[in-house]
Design a protein around this ligand. Structure first.
Ligand SMILES: CC(C)(COP(=O)(O)OP(=O)(O)OC[C@H]1O[C@@H](n2cnc3c(N)ncnc32)[C@H](O)[C@@H]1OP(=O)(O)O)[C@@H](O)C(=O)NCCC(=O)NCCS
Length: 154
């Protein structure tokens, strides 16, 4: 199932993030996002009490941005990233957003493939965007205005 992330998920969520991201968010950052940031929403894919992946979304008027998306390493390549992406599109449509955007490292071939297959296009390159290795980011976006949210329900 896909459900909202809770504070009690953060041990598992931060362990997944530490494993996957060189610049992983700390537990405190996740707590801020869950408790303080009025624009953010987080969802987890859970099966039998185990978190397989999660997605974060920031919604500001007609624009939504995916702040983070991750599938546990052992569960990758099984469509969980696709489910999480669909959930982000679904939630953005429910909030009447027109555009869904994200940033991705230019070297992140797996993520790029997922986004391109799902209709995201590169809008521009942000040079030296990542502070850990000064890698460039692609800013990608998908026009979602007019799409039917029910086509993206889980
Ligand atoms: C990027 C990431 C979230 C993808 O998660 P995932 O669960 O492995 O993704 P999925 O299995 O849903 O998607 C990939 C596969 O789904 C399929 N797929 C996805 N969307 C599809 C679509 N619309 N139609 C058909 N197939 C699709 C593809 O066949 C693809 O398979 P392949 O790569 O084996 O050929 C995951 O690799 C990850 O967590 N990476 C580390 C963290 C990260 O880089 N996050 C992104 C930061 S921007």
């Amino acid at each position: 199932m896909i459900r909202p992330m809770e504070l009690g998920d953060l041990e598992e969520v931060t362990a997944i993030a530490r494993d996957l991201f060189s610049d992983a968010w700390s537990k405190e950052q996740f707590i801020y996002e869950l408790n303080e940031n009025p624009y953010s929403e987080f969802f987890c894919v859970e099966d039998k009490g185990e978190i397989y992946g999660f997605v974060g979304l920031n919604v500001l008027f007609e624009r939504a941005e995916i702040s983070i998306i991750a599938t546990k390493r052992e569960k990758q390549g099984q469509g969980i990233g696709y489910r999480l992406l669909k959930k982000a599109i679904y939630e953005a449509l429910k909030k009447e957003c027109e555009i869904l955007s994200l940033e991705v490292r230019t070297s992140n071939k797996k993520a790029l493939k997922l986004y391109e297959r799902n209709g995201f296009e590169v809008m521009r390159v942000r040079e030296s965007y990542y502070s850990d290795n000064f890698e460039d980011a692609y800013e990608m976006a998908k026009a979602i205005g007019g799409l039917d949210a029910e086509d993206f329900s889980d």
